[in-house]
Design a protein around this ligand. Structure first.
Ligand code: C5P
Length: 221
C-alpha cells in the first residue's frame, strides 16, 4: 500500500529545524509533527505527577497513557493548554534526560507514526529518519554551529522578555548535544541517505527553499 510521503528533518537543539519544518509543511499543505514536543510533554507530565526523572518504567507508562492533543497551533495535556509551559528551558533539559530511556522512546513510537496522514507529513526531531520514518521520501539533517544556535536561542528568549546569558545557553546546548549524540538508543546522527543542511549562514527562507527543491527532485524519482 502506498503510504503518504514523509519529509524527515533531524538535527540538534535550536538548529532552526522546527521553523524550517513548519514552513515546508505549510508550503506543501502537509501535516507537521514536532516530535520534541512529545518528549517535552512526557517531561512536563512527569513533573506534574511527581515521577522521578530516573524512574524509566513509570515514565514509559506515562508516555503511553498521557492524554495529549495538538489543536490550532496549541498543545494540550489533558484539558490544560501547555503550549508555553513545554517551551520552558527546564522542561527541554528534562526532556533530553528522559529521552535516553528506550522505555520512553518505544512508548512514543506508534504515536509518532500515527501522524503520517494524507497528503503527507513533515516530521522534525532527532531520529525521524533513522528510526521512526526510515522510508521517508526525503531525509534532511539540519544543523548549525553551536555558536549560531546559541545566538538564535538568545534572541528568541530576549524577544519573549525572558532574561538569558550567552555562556549559560552555550553550555546548555553543548550538554544537550552530548546527551543526544552519545545515548545508546536512537542517538542523534545524520541518517544514511540524509542531505546535510548547515544553516549557520542561511536565512529561514533559504533553508526552506533548499528543502523544497530537494523534495521536488525526490518526488520525481
Ligand atoms: O527538539 P526539542 O528541543 O523540542 O526536543 C527536546 C528533547 O527531546 C531533545 O533535547 C531530545 O533529547 C529529545 N528528543 C529526542 N528525539 C526526538 C525529539 C526530541 O530524543 N525525536
Amino acid at each position: 500500500m502506498n503510504q503518504p510521503p514523509v519529509i524527515a528533518i533531524d538535527g540538534p537543539t535550536a538548529s532552526g529545524k522546527g521553523t524550517v519544518a513548519m514552513h515546508v509543511a505549510n508550503h506543501l499543505g502537509f501535516h507537521y509533527l514536532d516530535s520534541g514536543a512529545l518528549y517535552r510533554l512526557v517531561a512536563l507530565a512527569s513533573q506534574q505527577n511527581g515521577i522521578s526523572p530516573s524512574d524509566y518504567g513509570a515514565l514509559g507508562e506515562l508516555a503511553l497513557t498521557m492524554q495529549i492533543e495538538f489543536k490550532n497551533g496549541l498543545v494540550f495535556l489533558g484539558n490544560l493548554d501547555v503550549t508555553e509551559a513545554i517551551r520552558d528551558e527546564s522542561i527541554g533539559v528534562l526532556a533530553s534526560q528522559i529521552a535516553v530511556y528506550p522505555e520512553v522512546r518505544d512508548a512514543l513510537l506508534a504515536l509518532q507514526r500515527g501522524f503520517r496522514r494524507s497528503p503527507g507529513l513533515v516530521a522534525d526531531g532527532r531520529d525521524m529518519a533513522s528510526r521512526i520514518f526510515t522510508n521517508a521520501l526525503l531525509k534532511v539533517f539540519l544543523t548549525a554551529s553551536v555558536e549560531a544556535r546559541a545566538e538564535r536561542r538568545y534572541k528568541q528568549l530576549i524577544a519573549k522578555g525572558i532574561s538569558a546569558r550567552m555562556n549559560v545557553l552555550l553550555q546548555d546546548l553543548q550538554e544537550r548535544d552530548a546527551r543526544d549524540i552519545q545515548r545508546a538508543t536512537a542517538p542523534l546522527k545524520q541518517a544514511e541517505g540524509a542531505y546535510l543542511l548547515d544553516t549557520s549562514k542561511l536565512s529561514v527562507d533559504q533553508a526552506v527553499e533548499q528543502v523544497l527543491s530537494w523534495y521536488q527532485v525526490a518526488s520525481r524519482k
